[in-house]
Design a protein around this ligand. Sequence first.
Ligand code: UD1
Ligand code: CA
Length: 457
Amino acid sequence: MTNRFAVILAAGQGTRMKSKLYKVLHSICGKPMVEHVLDNILKVNTDKIVTVVGHGAELVKTSLGGKSDFVLQEEQLGTAHAVIQAKEVLGNQNGTTLVICGDTPLITAETMEALIKLHESQDAAATILSAYTEKPDGYGRVIRNTNRTVEKVVEHKDASEDERKVKEINTGTYCFDNQALFEALEEVSNDNAQGEYYLPDVIEILKAKGKKVFAFQTPDFDETMGINDRVALAEAERLMRNRINNIHMKNGVTIIDPTNTYVDSDVKIGMDTILYPGTIIKGQTVIGEDCQIGPNSELVNAKIGSETVIRQSVVHDSLVGEKVQIGPFAHIRPQSNIHDDVKVGNFVEIKKSEIGKGSKASHLSYIGDAEVGSNVNLGCGSITVNYNGKSKFLTKIEDNVFVGCNSNLVAPVTIGEGAYIAAGSTITKDVPGESLSIARARQVNKENYVKKLNLNN
Ligand code: UD1
Ligand code: CA
């Protein structure tokens, strides 16, 4: 097989975004747009990927991690100038080079593969990925001669009135014969409306050398959309959201209202799970089968076992087992591990705690920095007092403990297996297993005292 390489152009500032964040780092469905591009390229099996960075170089590099090589374009003199920066890495290679912009996150791996296949089967020097649109403004136009073969690409700003009427646009993605690309790049000039070195000029240069040049027109213009401002960003988010939700629905997930359900691109969801409206599922969340999530719930990097129900609640960076019930209105904060069959009811907050199998905190509790065993009942208003203003301390509650309503467990403290805490207690010392602990003032009834106070006259 021919060697395959890819170059991602990601050095621009993205002035039209009006943002402190560099354009290609703006997220679409939870992932920077340039990472969408890269992750799709990874699916088409390339031997090397080179990303051209400039503005925000360090941040872009961090975001793409070990998945790409990088070259620096110090000054942004145009897309051709950007590709030339990859010469030191790719210049001597033989093969096919895919060039793609970091701001076209919707182009799928299937489209990339189809483009590469056509290019290689035709033994072409260059193949442009083009698309047809009724609104070609701003895009470079693909100019064909009377035989319908591709002649050149002209940028909107340089196009004549007739050329502007052309509705076949350059998507900014191309395949090149690698050697032919780097040779032609040497000849690109910046004699144009923007004073930039345009990559699409390579087409006309190759054509003049008698080389074969094609355009592969994708039927789906939406896929090729370039994100230059926030309006396009929102539109791309909508298209990507649709695409992601459709994949889950086709895999057997019920989504009651797909226009109002927001699932990040790396999320995994099991069959027969139901997502109710207003649900936001982010990051690396994995959800089992037969779950019910929502309405109005937010899961971030959560791992949720099968048959679990999460209603109107928030779960962040935590593990939740099978057949767990959470909510309504519960907040599971990072580093919590909630085992199977647990019930976490309304107005319960759990932070950095382990909750053992079958335990319950049904109402109005704060459980932080705690290790809770199995079959523990945490009564309404149970609080772990984990913080003294300076440090955090651990509360250990062993299996089968019953904590009565409105109890404070002042950490560090251990409640032994099977112990029973009377309601309203403030526990400051360890409680041995199987004991009853009462830590509250004794009730005193002063008979007829009200009369004596004479308050009722
Ligand atoms: C480009 C194409 C245009 C095409 C459109 C598709 C050129 C000259 N024009 O226009 O034909 O229709 O994409 O979306 O190529 N970049 C660099 N270094 C630079 C300049 C740009 O890395 O010096 C990067 C940008 O970060 C961006 C990409 O190249 O990711 C495209 O640049 P942009 O300025 O958005 O080009 P368009 O004007 O959209
Ligand atoms: Ca663009």
